[in-house]
Write a protein that binds this ligand. Structure first.
Ligand SMILES: Cc1ncc(COP(=O)(O)O)c(C=O)c1O
Length: 418
């Protein structure tokens, strides 16, 4: 009976818990203790001491000209758009296979989100669809580097240059991923990062912004600091209405530890990701996305693999992933991201956001868009493997592969499940 599927009452293949995320240790506790003893907890003076130290180190390591910290990776997208001069009623093009915040950040600056389809190769925004969606109101593109993928920045920069558009790179998944040797977030006009709990680097909550242009960086500093226009962050015209999006010193203290542990964890993730992807392609049932030599370094926030319906005799992804979860291995489907235009969280009503009315009427709905690739990938094909499953030992990887193998060996039983 050892082989009976756990979802049918058998013994789960994996019984031990997986390693906990995030990785924090005694050095973090010590740094936090010092902050508390100093009683210098907050965001003022702006930027505060540990805040400044983190910004200097992270900005330099990315190779960005300017960087700033803020409260999260949603605010950072809105702040980038405002600092770049996106105004009420401007159209901003983005993708649907992403977290809701990518598009709601556009709505939050009273701009109009225009969702276009993804490429079936890398599941990031399709440059051709971007070009087709440009109107005389388009001001910017928010590009998402999804999971372990990097969007086609050559094509997107070319389009942006030809149509005089800004690019904001949403790098919430992609700290230190590289396109042709350059870190993402430093290729477009601004790069946005998240340090939310699930991310590769985390302070529980937190966000980061990079800029190419000094004046726009200064404007963003004012925007996250209640509109204060203080030297040396005062080199822009006029004033802005800011808000309080300052991060605390407690968060900055945790972020410094994340920088210290990054290289070791990254080396482990890289090794394990290779082993796991190779193993999955051998066991079968999942297809790897095509490689692209222009992606010179991949981040592994989520490994993305394509569910191969044929190899599972027509079974739907979600059934197989439910059976895998019962075996103790969590790979996710649309419990991670459904296509965002179908997500009830993307609730955009013209009564609250009147600038959408002209394009969408009273409300944005799933029918406002025709996104067949995002639908196919998001609803049927995308399998997401979180990076916490990559900071493990070789025998843990073997458990994941054995669990998949067990399902493949019991495909008949699996198919009998209603
Ligand atoms: C692609 C993407 N963009 C933006 C965000 C927003 O980041 P935060 O949760 O820090 O606001 C996230 C985080 O969940 C994300 O995954």
């Amino acid at each position: 009976m050892a082989d009976k599927l756990a979802i049918l009452g058998g013994t789960p293949l994996r019984q031990r818990p997986w390693p906990a995320w995030p990785h924090v240790g005694p050095a973090d506790v010590e740094r936090l203790r010092q902050v508390i003893e100093n009683r210098n907890l907050g965001g003022i003076p702006f930027p505060n001491t540990l805040h400044r130290e983190f910004v200097e180190r992270f900005t330099t390591s990315l190779g960005a000209p300017y960087g700033l910290l803020c409260t999260n990776g949603s605010v950072s997208i809105s702040t980038a758009l405002r600092a770049l001069g996106v105004q009420a009623g401007d159209e901003v093009i983005t993708t649907s296979l992403t977290w809701v915040a990518t598009a709601s950040s556009i709505v939050h600056v009273n701009a109009v989100p225009v969702l276009v389809d993804i490429s079936d190769d890398n599941w990031c925004i399709d440059p051709q669809k971007v070009e087709e969606a440009i109107t005389d109101r388009t001001r910017a593109i928010v590009v998402v580097h999804l999971g372990n993928q990097v969007a086609d920045m050559d094509a997107l920069v070319d389009i942006a240059n030809r149509h005089n558009l800004f690019i904001v790179e949403d790098c919430a998944h992609a700290h230190y991923a590289e396109w042709r040797g350059q870190c993402v977030g430093t290729i477009g006009d601004a790069g946005s990062f998240s340090f939310e709990t699930s991310k590769i680097m985390t302070s529980g909550e937190g966000g980061f912004l990079t800029f190419k242009d000094e004046e726009r960086f200064h404007r963003a500093m004012s925007l996250v600091h209640m509109g204060h226009k203080d030297a040396p962050y005062d080199r822009y015209e006029g004033r802005v209405l800011g808000w309080n999006h300052r991060i605390s010193e407690l968060q900055a203290a945790v972020l410094l530890g994340q920088l210290d542990s990054y290289a070791e964890l990254d080396a482990k993730r890289t090794l394990v990701a290779e082993q796991l992807l190779k193993g999955l392609s051998e066991v079968g049932g999942f297809k790897l996305l095509p490689d692209d030599a222009r992606v010179t370094r991949r981040q592994k926030y989520e490994l993305l693999v394509r569910f191969d319906t044929e190899a599972w005799d027509g079974l739907h992804r979600d059934k197989v992933l439910a059976a895998l979860l019962a075996e103790g291995v969590e790979f996710e489907g649309d419990t991670f991201y459904p296509p965002m235009h179908r997500d009830p969280l993307f609730h955009v009503d013209a009564k609250e956001w009147p600038m959408i009315r002209e394009r969408y009427g009273e409300r944005i709905t799933a029918d406002s868009f025709h996104l067949p690739v995002a639908d196919k990938v998001g609803l049927d094909e995308a399998v997401w493997i979180h990076h916490s499953l990559l900071v493990v030992e070789p025998e843990d990887v073997q458990d994941m592969l054995d669990a998949v193998q067990k399902l493949r060996d019991n495909l008949g039983e699996l198919k009998s499940l209603t």
